[in-house]
Write a protein that binds this ligand. Sequence first.
Ligand SMILES: Nc1ncnc2c1ncn2[C@@H]1O[C@H](COP(=O)(O)OP(=O)(O)OP(=O)(O)O)[C@@H](O)[C@H]1O
Ligand SMILES: [Mg+2]
Length: 307
Amino acid sequence: MGTTRRVLVDGVSFSIDPGERVALVGESGSGKSLTVLAALGLTPEPVRFAGGNIRVDGTDLRDLEPAAVHRLRGGRLAMVFQEPSSALNPVLSIGYQIRETIQAHRSMKRAAARREALRLLDEVDLQPSDEMARAYPHQLSGGQAQRAALAVALAGAPSLLIADEPTTGLDTTAQHGLLNLLLRLSRERFTALLLVTHDLAVAAVTARRCWIMYSGELVETGPMDMILADPSHPYTRLLLRATADNGPAPGAEEAPKADPADEPPGCSFAPRCPLREAPCLTAHPPLLPLGPRRSLRCPIVARRRSP
Ligand SMILES: Nc1ncnc2c1ncn2[C@@H]1O[C@H](COP(=O)(O)OP(=O)(O)OP(=O)(O)O)[C@@H](O)[C@H]1O
Ligand SMILES: [Mg+2]
């Protein structure tokens, strides 16, 4: 059987400080989920982590024993997955799943864990009752299930919470509620938050820093307010315009979807880019600093901006 190697996510490098809120933004298939799953050492088969470092407080995740990685995940590093149904175990009650995480990651006796589980239900704005604790995931609405998944994630007292499209499938009111909840929790607990979303508007209200991803690569990074006020990469500008128009990025319908596996020789965004010049089709641009706090993967814009 032949094996094929396709690079799906490449050269993505970032760090998050304690208590910081960052958004990873990009369209469907750009590699956001793979990036955060790789950061937790959870790449799904047959995807492989081909190289790089994942450091938590200076320790490389890849140097740790599997048991230590396991303690870290669900403990200091927690994730709310794109589908709450896949994060929650369908045959265990919500209360059991929260208590299980508390007891696995914090030294707490049964009775204390039970009380803490009710407190966590309250913290995520679910009814802190025995009835709610005894509920199974299928008995909850989508919004409630996502809150329950959040309570399980918080049960390990994480210092970094990764939320991958946490509002997907929720109605507008539930979306607002969940984003406000994430913000409040991050502020009150001083938990760093990495929010993964295709929606720049969602990112804008949640994060202070922003990483824009296109076709498996970061194309622009910087403080959120600077990116919103002065987007640099042509893809960021498209995203921002789409956000203002409340629709898909212009050109998205007719343009081929960016697939990192296609690996075009030049800039991945070139086929859709209004600023495209001949070299963009042949030379792959690097991500370079743009001033002290930003970075940009577009030599055309960088050249226009340099004094
Ligand atoms: N298990 C897998 N096996 C093979 N290819 C995969 C697998 N998971 C993802 N990919 C590919 O990796 C690329 C990035 O996928 P990823 O799920 O990270 O995108 P995403 O940005 O999270 O998209 P979405 O917004 O739809 O969740 C896509 O081209 C996808 O087809
Ligand atoms: Mg995804």
